[in-house]
Write a protein of this length. Structure first.
Length: 535
């Protein structure tokens, strides 16, 4: 059994049935006529095609057809239906999912769905017509009907029926995937209307069949300008027959349910005046983004798969620093500080998982988010992290790291006995006996400059220790510059570790050391004398 015979059996059963929904029995008859090992081989080939077609973008196309009524099991059945359509339809769908709109079945139910205003009955019929779950189990039925055969699935992995790597490569070599097949539009978009716009753009033919194409209206006003910037949209719309024909508003979805919200709506009759207001709002968003960038003080660097660990996606991503593909982000966010995230779990965190979602934490902001595995470029090598990213990662992974005065600190240790000789004046901690001292290892740091001096008043001993979570350490490390610091009464002092003194030997230890050295010397002399005598 090879892939050519596989497709011949599919085509023969479909032609006999006349329709995919009636293929089960013709397909069962053809497989039952085969020897048991050939049935297993047929299923192995089916399973390979079925697995290779598990692509989020194809799932999105199925969602358009079903009006978003496709779960995991539905998608399994949909791919079975797609394989039952024949090799060319199957390959075309993976190369261009929108090509499904050319199928007569899809066209018929698309037209019926629009005519019925997408009622539940038409949606259900269309979903059922594009599912063929029996194809996943028909081989097992045919196999177990044979005499002297055991459990189909147990035998499948115990015999020589699995495909070789060469056979798998041969099957995969025929498939050409459309761009971004591993990215799920419905997950990448931040709201329902955002998703509809993305689906309409990606699958124009399917969308026209199954959906009202007009998702660019609000309150009967037609969108003229619709600009997305800074994680929201700014709209300028028009209604020609209205007393105030122009409308401006903000379109956001930043709420727990990601539902679309239209706020700050203003209508007017003067086009120039309304366009000025629209421009002012747009410039305000641009200025806010520019200020955000300036505050981050991070080079405008975009990361790609070339910056990632080779084959990093072949391993478990949990606890790894991942790079989100720039092309899946809005243009203003295609920078390293928006791309790096710490993976924390999700159904798609392992390479062999059936799921696609990966839970992660944005490295810069610390906010929780979910990305599709297909939207991940790779794993970033920790040794190549820039300084800002090292600090952010430490904040996420090390609970002891805290922020004070715009800098990040980590407790190092307490003073050891005899290291200090003067009690800190005004120390707020009753347990502390000597946190400041008159020794040459402490000095003012005018670069960091945290203290109440030179007209400044940005230091509080109590506030520093409160920010630390009540740490009992005396010495802290600043992550920005790697230097050590000691909290004083009126400022944060820079601290240099004193050189370690060699331990003084007692008289007994000195005598023991001298005896051992003399013994080594005598042994060396005897060895030399023995060598001369032997010569």
């Amino acid at each position: 059994m090879d892939k050519k015979q596989f497709w011949n059996i599919i085509d023969g059963a479909r032609e006999e049935a006349g329709h995919v929904r009636d293929m089960s029995q013709p397909l069962l008859d053809r497989l039952s006529a085969l020897p048991a090992p050939e049935i297993q081989r047929w299923h192995s080939i089916f399973d390979e095609y079925h697995t290779l077609s598990y692509k989020p973008k194809l799932w999105d196309a199925a969602m358009v057809i079903s009006n978003f009524h496709y779960g995991e099991d539905d998608f399994d059945d949909f791919r079975g239906w797609l394989i039952a359509q024949g090799k060319q339809v199957f390959l075309n769908a993976l190369a261009n999912p929108d090509s499904l709109a050319k199928l007569e079945t899809v066209q018929a139910f698309g037209n019926e769905a629009i005519a019925a205003a997408r009622d539940n009955t038409s949606i259900y019929k269309c979903r059922e017509e594009t599912r063929f779950g029996d194809i996943q189990y028909v081989a097992a039925t045919a196999y177990e009907s044979k005499p002297d055969t055991g459990d189909f699935y147990t035998d499948a992995y115990a015999g020589d029926y699995l495909l070789s790597q060469e056979e798998k490569a041969d099957i995969a070599g025929e498939i050409y995937y459309a761009e971004n097949m591993d990215v799920r539009l419905s997950d990448a978009s931040e709201s329902l209307i955002e998703t509809l716009i993305a689906l309409r753009k990606t699958f124009p033919a399917l969308y026209r069949l199954f959906n009202d194409p007009d998702v660019t209206r609000i309150q009967d006003y037609d969108f003229i300008h619709n600009i997305r910037l800074g994680g929201a949209r700014l709209i300028f719309a028009e209604k020609a027959d209205a007393a105030e024909p122009y409308l401006i508003g903000d379109w956001t979805w930043n709420n727990p349910f990601s539902t679309d919200e239209f706020t700050n709506m203003v209508t007017g009759g003067d086009y120039l005046e309304m366009m000025r207001l629209f421009s002012d709002r747009l410039n305000g968003r641009i200025l806010a983004l520019e200020n955000e960038r300036a505050a981050r003080v991070i080079p405008a660097e975009t990361l790609t798969a070339d910056d990632c660990v080779p084959k990093g996606l072949d391993a478990d991503l949990n606890g790894k620093l991942i790079v989100i593909k720039a092309e899946t982000l809005a243009p203003e966010f295609r920078r390293a500080d928006y791309q790096l995230a710490l993976a924390t779990g999700g159904f798609g965190v392992t390479p062999d998982a059936r799921g696609q979602t990966v839970s992660c934490t944005d490295l810069y902001t610390g906010k929780k988010q979910i990305v599709q595995r297909g939207a991940i470029a790779g794993v970033f090598p920790p040794e190549r992290l820039p300084d800002w990213a090292k600090i952010k990662l430490a904040l996420l992974q090390d609970k002891e790291v805290f922020t004070y005065g715009g800098y990040h600190f980590k407790p190092v240790r307490k003073f050891s006995k005899g290291e200090v000789d003067k009690k800190l004046s005004g120390d707020s901690r009753p347990w502390m006996k000597d946190a400041q001292y008159a020794m040459r290892n402490m000095s003012r740091d005018n670069v960091l400059g945290i203290g109440n001096f030179a007209g400044k008043n940005d230091w509080s001993h109590n506030a520093f220790y409160a920010a630390s979570g009540g740490s009992e350490a005396d010495i802290f490390k600043c992550l920005e510059n790697g230097q050590l610091y000691v909290p004083g009464a009126n400022e944060l002092f820079r601290y240099s570790e004193p050189p370690r003194r060699e331990k003084s030997l007692t008289l007994g230890e000195q005598l023991s050391t001298a005896k051992a050295e003399a013994a080594r010397n005598n042994s060396g002399k005897k060895d030399k004398q023995r060598g001369k005598e032997e010569r």
